[in-house]
Design a protein around this ligand. Structure first.
Ligand SMILES: [Zn+2]
Length: 62
């Protein structure tokens, strides 16, 4: 169970980190990159490594 969760957490983080660094000023989901312009509701969440933003879908998955 914990192994599955770890894999889910790592993959999107690794593939999106560089892409999102250039648009940190925008309000967008940390996982999928969707933002308010895409019709998503963005919610901030505090994780051990800092504050990140999630859309409705990915916030519920955390
Ligand atoms: Zn998302």
């Amino acid at each position: 169970m914990s192994g599955m969760k770890l894999a889910m957490m790592q993959n999107p983080y690794q593939s999106k980190t560089c892409e999102l660094k250039s648009s940190m000023s925008e309000v967008a989901c940390y996982v999928c990159g969707k933002g308010l312009d895409d019709g998503s509701s963005i919610t901030a969440k505090t994780l051990p490594n800092g504050i990140v933003l999630f859309c409705d879908l990915h916030y519920s998955l955390q």
